[in-house]
Design a protein around this ligand. Structure first.
Ligand code: HEM
Length: 320
């Protein structure tokens, strides 16, 4: 089928299947903080000048927030004591970075609009800016989320977050629970066009009894990049695709060529349910952007607190 027709079909399917979660709206801060999108944009841009890996970290941070108890900024809460451990204590959150960046942006927002904008909305806005400033689509996101007034814990995070070796069936189930189609599930994993994977997240794929089949040449490369014994320090990592700072469709091209870093990245081009979408997104970046935008809207609206639920935290890292 002609790719342009495919694109139109995708866009019709995506638009018709998504309605904003109750309580979210496109003009939520029109009266109370009309500058919020500008403040988030300029703050993130200036922070990213000193560390260009910030957009990747923020995008993953959003996913890990939304996955545990919904998009409620619970991931930003600091552990309060050794006994009561919040979700950051989960091993599945290894490699999560830049939580403090959202605090910094929140301080700038509070200075102009005290007690109006939730940390959960700031995180969503920062993630969509991260995508746009890296060359990806500018996604329209509804706002009005509230922050959790109770933290989640590491057990909840352990149960809700995918491990580095999750397979395709479990992945499709995970995204289906957020209302995503198979095309959207494939598209959202295109987030791995940004950023890095630390060697400790590859240990079992490379050195434990076979997790999945890895292209032999690529396996040699991965093992040279992550030799046994390199797993503890945060410094050993490999890039998720060669254009690690650009939000583009290179991730799909890589996957087709057997260069998927994680098991899920490698399995999708081999399975008949997902392979056609991998090929379409590799062939046409605009189609990928359209599907990704639709998937991002669903991800960032999942299980949100709205209206009188939850709170607006003043400091994103603490409840009071
Ligand atoms: C089955 C689902 C997924 C699995 C198993 C998975 C797994 C991982 C793992 C193991 C890493 C490496 C982390 C590190 O070592 O520092 C990673 C990185 C990353 N993931 Fe995912 N991920 C999934 C879905 C997503 C989704 C839905 C998004 C965003 C919408 C996302 C965005 C990212 C980004 C941007 C990075 C790079 C982070 C950085 O450079 O700091 N991932 N992912």
């Amino acid at each position: 089928m002609d790719l342009k027709i495919v694109a139109v079909l995708f866009s019709l399917i995506f638009r018709s299947t998504f309605a904003y979660a109750g309580g979210l709206s496109l003009n939520f801060y029109e009266q109370s903080c009309p500058q919020v999108e500008y403040i988030v944009r300029t703050s993130l841009r200036s922070i990213s000048l000193t560390d260009p890996t910030t957009p990747a970290a923020i995008l993953r941070l959003l996913f890990h927030d939304c996955q545990v108890q919904g998009c409620d900024a619970s991931i930003l809460l600091d552990p309060e004591s050794d006994i009561f451990q919040t979700e950051m204590a989960s091993g599945k959150n290894l490699g999560i970075r830049k939580r403090e960046t959202i605090n910094t942006i929140k301080t700038a927002v509070e200075a102009l609009c005290p007690q109006q904008v939730s940390c959960a909305d700031i995180l969503v806005l920062a993630a969509r800016e991260a995508i746009a400033m890296s060359g990806g689509p500018m996604i329209v996101v509804p706002l009005g989320r509230r922050d959790s007034s109770s933290p989640s814990n590491f057990r909840q995070a352990d149960a809700s977050l995918p491990g580095p070796n999750i397979g395709l069936d479990a992945t499709l189930q995970l995204f289906a629970k957020k209302g995503m189609t198979v095309a959207e599930s494939v598209a959202i994993l295109g987030a791995h066009t940004l950023g890095v994977t630390h060697c400790f997240n590859l240990e079992s794929r490379l050195y434990k009894p076979e997790v999945d089949k890895i292209d032999p040449q690529f396996e040699i490369f991965l093992k040279m990049s992550c030799p046994l014994g390199s797993f503890t320090p945060n410094s050993s990592f490999i890039v998720n695709d060669p254009t690690t700072l650009s939000f583009d469709n290179q991730y799909f091209v890589n996957s087709i060529n057997g260069l998927g870093v994680l098991r899920i990245d490698a399995e999708m081009p081999l399975d008949p349910r997902t392979a056609p979408f991998i090929q379409t997104f590799a062939d046409d970046q605009e189609v990928f952007f359209e599907a990704f935008s639709s998937a991002f809207a669903k991800l960032s609206s999942s299980n949100v607190l709205t209206g009188n639920q939850g709170v607006i935290r003043t400091y994103c890292n603490r409840l009071y």
